[in-house]
Design a protein around this ligand. Structure first.
Ligand code: PMP
Length: 406
C-alpha cells in the first residue's frame, strides 16, 4: 500500500483551516493529536442516536451501549496485543493510569526503605505520583540518568537495581527528546530480579506497533487524545496476575460485588478498577481511532514519520544557530531545539503568527531541562498527517525568527 498523505489529510477537517489567514501547520501532536472525521462522527452519532449508560440496564439502548463499550475493550486488547480483554482498564488518561498504579501497588507492596526506580527523562506524570508514594511510605526514589545525546545510561542499571527495588517505571518514547528507550532490555533485567515494570506509552502507541506480550511489560499506559481519539479516556493495561492481586484505587459503583454497611466485596476484572460511570463514549471513540490507524498500518505510519523526522532534522541541522536536543537513535517523531540567544517562548510566538503551531517550554519534563541547564525548548512533534512541505515552512519560520532577532 502506498502511503497517501494527501488523502489522509482529507480525513482531518481541522487541517484545512487557517490561523491568521495562513494555512494551519500543526506540529504540536505530542500534546494532542487532531481527530479524523470518523472519530468526530462516532462521538456525534453515539450521543445523538445511541446514548445510554452501560452495564446493569435491561433496556435496548443500555444493552447496545454495553456491547459497544465491551467491544471497544477488545479493540484496545487487539491493538496492543494483550492476552485478555479484562487486562484493559479504561481510565481518564495516562496520568490517571499511573496515579492509580502508584497508589494501588504502593499500598500493597511498598514499605519504608523500599525503592522505586524511574528515569531522568520522565514526564511529570511519571515522576510526581511516585514521589507522592515515596513520601507516603517513606520509600526512596532512584533515577536512571541519560547522556547528553538523550540515551539512558543502562550500564548504571546493575548498580541501581537493589534487593529493595519494588518497581521500575520508564517512558517508552521521550516526549521532549524523542528517544525510543530499550524497554525490552530494561524489562529483561528487572524480571531477572522479579521486579515489575510499568511502561509509559503516551508517546509510543501512536507511532509504532505495540505488543505488550512480546515486550513483557507488567503495566502499559497511554492516553486516547494522543492517538487520534478523544480526551478524557485512557488505558491502563496490566498483566492479569497483577490486576488480580492489586487492590482497587477508587471505590464506588460498578467496582463492587456485595456492599453492606459493614463490608464490601469487589467485582472481578476489569470492573474492579472501573468505579463509577466510565467514559463509555470516549472508550468507543478511542476504539474508532485505533481502528482508523490500524487501517493505515502502524508500520506504514512509523516508516513515513521516520522519513519526516529525518527530513526535518537534516534541514534544521544546516542552520548553525539551531541546537537540537535528543540526537541519539532510535528516535521518534519529536524535534526539540533552541535558537542561539533567543528564548523559545519568543520564537514560538513569532512562529505562531506564521500559522505554525509548536510547543515551547519544559514540556512537563523539567528534569530534562535541568539536565541541559536550559529554561525550555521549541518542540515540533510530528504526526501521520504532517508533510515535508510543512517542515520546510517550519525551517523558513526559524530563519525568519533568527533574522528578526539579529
Ligand atoms: N507521559 C507522557 C510521555 C506524555 O507525553 C504525557 C502527555 N504530554 C503524559 C504522560 C500525560 O498524559 P495525559 O496528560 O494525557 O494524562
Amino acid at each position: 500500500m502506498k502511503y497517501n498523505v494527501n488523502a489522509i489529510r482529507n480525513d482531518f477537517p481541522i487541517l484545512h483551516r487557517e490561523v491568521y489567514n495562513k494555512p494551519l501547520i500543526y506540529l504540536d501532536n505530542g500534546a494532542t493529536t487532531q481527530k479524523p472525521l470518523r472519530v468526530i462522527n462516532c462521538i456525534r452519532d453515539f450521543q445523538r442516536f445511541r446514548n445510554s449508560s452501560i452495564h446493569r440496564g435491561v433496556h435496548y439502548l443500555s444493552e447496545q451501549a454495553t456491547g459497544e463499550f465491551e467491544n471497544a475493550r477488545k479493540t484496545v486488547q487487539q491493538f496492543i496485543h494483550a492476552l485478555h480483554p479484562h487486562e484493559i482498564i479504561f481510565t481518564p488518561g495516562t496520568t490517571a493510569s499511573i496515579n492509580g498504579i502508584a497508589f494501588s501497588f504502593g499500598e500493597k507492596y511498598v514499605k519504608a526503605g523500599d525503592e522505586i526506580l524511574i528515569t531522568e527523562m520522565e514526564h511529570h506524570a511519571n515522576i510526581v505520583p511516585w514521589q507522592m508514594l515515596c513520601e507516603r511510605k517513606k520509600a526512596v526514589l532512584k533515577v536512571i540518568p541519560f547522556s547528553d545525546e538523550g540515551k539512558l545510561k543502562l550500564d548504571e542499571l546493575d548498580r541501581l537495581i537493589t534487593p529493595k527495588t519494588r518497581l521500575i517505571t520508564v517512558i517508552h518514547v521521550s516526549n521532549t527528546l524523542g528517544t525510543v528507550n530499550p524497554v525490552e532490555e530494561i524489562i529483561r533485567k528487572a524480571h531477572a530480579s522479579d521486579i515489575p515494570v510499568l511502561v509509559d506509552g503516551a508517546q509510543s502507541v501512536q507511532h509504532t506497533p505495540i505488543d505488550v506480550q512480546k515486550m513483557d511489560c507488567d503495566f502499559f499506559v497511554f492516553s486516547g487524545h494522543k492517538v487520534y481519539g478523544p480526551t478524557g479516556i485512557g488505558i491502563l493495561y496490566g498483566k492479569e496476575k497483577w490486576l488480580e492481586e492489586l487492590p482497587p484505587f477508587q471505590g464506588g459503583g460498578e467496582m463492587v460485588d456485595v456492599v453492606t454497611m459493614e463490608k464490601t466485596t469487589y467485582n472481578g476484572l476489569p470492573f474492579k478498577f472501573e468505579a463509577g460511570t466510565p467514559n463509555y463514549i470516549g472508550a468507543i471513540a478511542l476504539a474508532e481511532a485505533l481502528q482508523y490507524i490500524s487501517g493505515l498500518g502502524l508500520d506504514h505510519i512509523a516508516a513515513y514519520e521516520q522519513e519526516l523526522l529525518d527530513y526535518g532534522i537534516s534541514k534544521l541541522s544546516e542552520l548553525e544557530y539551531v541546537k537540537l536536543y535528543g540526537t541519539t537513535r532510535p528516535k521518534s517523531a519529536v524535534i526539540s531545539f533552541n535558537l542561539d540567544g533567543i528564548h523559545p517562548y519568543d520564537a514560538g510566538m513569532i512562529m505562531d503568527k506564521m500559522g505554525i503551531a509548536v510547543r515551547t517550554g519544559t514540556h512537563c519534563a523539567q528534569p530534562v531541562m535541568q539536565h541541559y541547564g536550559i529554561s525550555g525548548t521549541i518542540r515540533a512533534s510530528l504526526a501521520l498527517y504532517n508533510t515535508c512541505e510543512e517542515l520546510d515552512a517550519l525551517v523558513d519560520s526559524v530563519k525568519k525568527v533568527k533574522t528578526m532577532f539579529s
